[in-house]
Ligand binder design. Sequence first.
Ligand SMILES: Cc1cc2nc3c(=O)[nH]c(=O)nc-3n(C[C@H](O)[C@H](O)[C@H](O)COP(=O)(O)OP(=O)(O)OC[C@H]3O[C@@H](n4cnc5c(N)ncnc54)[C@H](O)[C@@H]3O)c2cc1C
Length: 419
Amino acid sequence: MSDYSAFSLLKNAFSGHRNWKSAWRKPEPRENYEVVIIGGGGHGLATAYYLAKIYGVRNIAVLEKGNLGGGNVGRNTTIVRSNYLLPANIRFYEYSMKLWEGLSREINYNVMFSQRGVLNLAHTPGQLDEYARRGNAMLMEGADAELLSREEISRRIPGLYTGQDTRFPILGGLNQPRAGTARHDAIAWGYARAADRQGVDIIENCEVIGFIKDGDTVTGLNTTRGEISAAKVGVSVAGSTSNVMKLAGIDKLPIESHVLQAFVTEPLKPLIDTVVTFGAGHLYISQSDKGGLVFGGDVDGYNSYAQRGNLPIFEHVAAAAVTMFPNLSRLRLLRNWGGIVDMSMDGSPIICKGPLPGLYLNAGWCYGGFKATPAAGHCFAHTIAKDEPHELNSKYTLDRFFNGNELDENGTGPIPALH
Ligand SMILES: Cc1cc2nc3c(=O)[nH]c(=O)nc-3n(C[C@H](O)[C@H](O)[C@H](O)COP(=O)(O)OP(=O)(O)OC[C@H]3O[C@@H](n4cnc5c(N)ncnc54)[C@H](O)[C@@H]3O)c2cc1C
């Protein structure tokens, strides 16, 4: 319990902080595991943790080609919310929200979950109607939602321009008070430490370079650290899904990889104490504990596996930010980066058994897989352990794209860059 107590801090200060115990072991890979999860992002680590903790699987490895936190789990803008319209999505993300609410205690690691609210701005009467509908759908599924007037928004967020003399005047907004932000790397490290304590082998710098199969059945993996056999293999590699699945012989998936960028300004005194999204374009903005404004917008519209983006998107999101908050116009940008997001054809995820015997897939998280981490880990663990979906991921099948049961939250059709 007291790994990071005041006493340990003091004790370790006397030895120049050189003697801290590693938060997780660095085991050599064994030849055989019951379950191997490919991908040491938030989802892979959470899956391994719940597999061991809830489903009692004892012989588990997580294989990560780089270091923990180098993928999207360490690159996102950390927004956690469950403000969806479709029942399958609200139920799944609301379950995730509930897990977030107890997560620091569950994994004994401060994930800095800050329920500061997420406010979606409406700029047309039609959009306000749509938000009212979405808010009602959320309330009916037990999530929280409130429709705010322009006056109330102006009172709560004084820096936001709510005058009506602009191209995109703010008419109101949909707020989810329990939504907010969390600390991205705490999720990777917290789940890693908790999984390690359940006996999970976390093997970093171990890239999967091939699948070993008996006929169609996956029986193991070729990795840069040798051959590993496994009764079950879970793929949880986010933006690398198509590349890794190709190694298994699956070369057509309803997923495209795109770059999504994030931006951080120089630090300011507290200005925005919630998360705000612009409804006439795509921008989400919040303020980090260090004072920087953290924001992002659309994906770069071309397919890519590069963890960096291009300037047109920056121009687009910066313009939206200044439209909402004109007082930001003279701020300097401190840094930006990109991550590879796995955009599905309907904007909803896939958590399923298959598509080959012995193989399980968790993918298609688009912009929103960080907030899903606890529920995705739990539901993927359930699917692997029980060989059938949890009721919360029963709609997140791969074959919905073939039998017409897509979950198209935005109604934008099969154009991944628009979801
Ligand atoms: C800029 C940006 C902003 C975002 N903002 C939000 C947000 O505000 N809210 C939200 O909910 N979501 C957000 N997301 C999405 C979210 O970050 C992802 O959906 C989620 O992190 C994906 O799951 P993961 O953490 O497991 O992925 P990752 O951390 O990417 O984990 C996948 C891992 O698989 C590893 N891997 C790949 N290939 C192999 C291989 N061959 N062998 C072994 N390992 C391999 C990778 O190295 C990587 O570490 C954002 C994403 C980006 C890029």
